[in-house]
Design a binder for this molecule. Structure first.
Ligand SMILES: C=CC1=C(C)c2cc3[nH]c(cc4nc(cc5[nH]c(cc1n2)c(C)c5CCC(=O)O)C(CCC(=O)O)=C4C)c(C)c3C=C
Ligand SMILES: [Fe+2]
Ligand SMILES: [Fe+2]
Length: 348
């Protein structure tokens, strides 16, 4: 069977213009695994409220980070794809869950090259309903409808894979060389707490709220295979261990909340403010829910986050770049792909 690889990331608008941003946000936010309320309520919220207000503000934010070659997330994902292709004989295609570079087009590209078996790689270290799950469900729907003879195998979340932790930790270490910092904040994209409860396969383990939360994530459970919060906390713990970070000099927070429901806490903006107010003068921030830099890292963290820190008296704010097309990361993904191509063994 001829094999091929499909890398899948989140996606971006075609341009930072409000019209393109509105189209993109419409598709993104109407996904039932992103805004997980009944269709009528989602339609009312997204089409009646969010799409009338947010695209203008989002477009402004996108304009600040847009590159000449296009959206940073897309350009960086393409660089990763090309570098991997140099180390892998099977064809490597790239698709996005939302926007013009669809999963259907990505699969079609591989099928046109004679591929009969696809290794699908969601570019997310942690599992979440709003990221990994929505990719897998859509890919399977497309396979059934358009490519019924195609076989698809997916790479499982690799948040605790020792090689991944090593690559991430070494990247952080390298970027912090010669930098002064008293606190390293691990900021992950947030999700509503409700998403965590919905993904709990035991239906009784996960309790992510601040009052009862935290304990469940540290108590062994099969629920953790799908618990985004557990998987984020594990990345922080394992990197802390690898880099021998001192207790109290690093912590975890969650960014990018939207709407009024409780999201995973502590929130990143409030944490940055608290750190600055508590006398921390130099802080660094890393964003391990993303493998490619994007709006959420380049604008929300590197620009807004830094502004908050300076407003409360902080001095040096170091933003650590995502793995992007870092050579060790390219080598690791290529190693996982090659072992699947050679033996169908997924090593992550
Ligand atoms: C409203 C619900 C949202 C959930 C749940 C959510 C989860 C989630 N998102 C990412 C990764 C990215 N999100 C990005 C942008 C972005 N996310 C939301 C909303 C939710 N995300 C919105 C409305 C936006 C658009 C921008 C904005 O208006 O603020 C991006 C950046 C895309 C880019 O083009 O650069 C990424 C990446 C993860 C990993 C995640 C859950 C774990
Ligand atoms: Fe998001
Ligand atoms: Fe948990």
């Amino acid at each position: 069977m001829k094999k091929g690889i499909l890398l899948v990331n989140l996606g971006s608008p075609d341009s930072p213009n409000p019209k393109d941003v509105k189209k993109y946000l419409g598709e993104f936010l109407m996904d039932e695994r992103v805004i997980d309320v009944p269709l009528w309520a989602r339609t009312l919220l997204v089409k009646g409220i969010v799409l009338n207000t947010r695209p203008k503000a989002s477009a402004k934010a996108y304009s600040k980070i847009w590159w000449e070659e296009g959206s940073p997330l897309i350009v960086l994902s393409e660089r990763l794809q090309h570098k991997i292709q140099e180390q892998v004989e099977a064809p490597v295609a790239l698709a996005m869950r939302y926007g013009s570079m669809t999963i259907k087009l990505g699969l079609q590209e591989l099928v046109d090259k004679g591929v009969e078996e696809v290794f699908l790689i969601p570019l997310y270290p942690q599992y979440a309903m709003a990221t990994t799950e929505t990719i897998l469900v859509l890919a399977e729907d497309i396979r059934k409808e358009h490519f019924p003879n195609l076989k698809i195998t997916d790479l499982k979340p690799f948040y605790n894979n020792p090689d991944y932790i090593k690559v991430l930790s070494e990247s952080i270490k390298k970027q912090l060389e010669g930098k002064e910092y008293e606190h390293l904040l691990f900021s992950y994209h947030g999700v509503p707490e409700r998403h965590i409860r919905k993904s709990d396969i035991t239906k009784s383990h996960c309790n992510p709220s601040l009052s009862g939360g935290g304990v469940c994530c540290k108590t062994p459970s099969k629920a953790h295979e799908f618990c985004y919060k557990h998987q984020c906390l594990e990345v922080t713990r394992l990197v802390g261990e690898y880099l021998k970070l001192e207790e109290g000099t690093y912590s975890t927070s969650f960014q990018s909340r939207l709407g009024f429901d409780p999201w995973l806490q502590p929130y990143t903006d409030r944490t940055i403010e608290r750190l600055g107010k508590s006398g921390i003068q130099n802080m660094a921030i890393v964003t391990p829910a993303f493998v490619s830099d994007c709006l959420e890292t380049l604008e929300e963290i590197a620009m807004e986050g830094e502004e908050i820190f300076h407003e409360v008296g902080g001095k040096n704010f170091t933003t650590i770049a995502c793995l992007n097309d870092d050579q060790a990361w390219v080598d690791l993904l290529s190693k996982w792909i090659n072992s699947w191509v050679e033996a169908n063994l997924v090593t992550a």
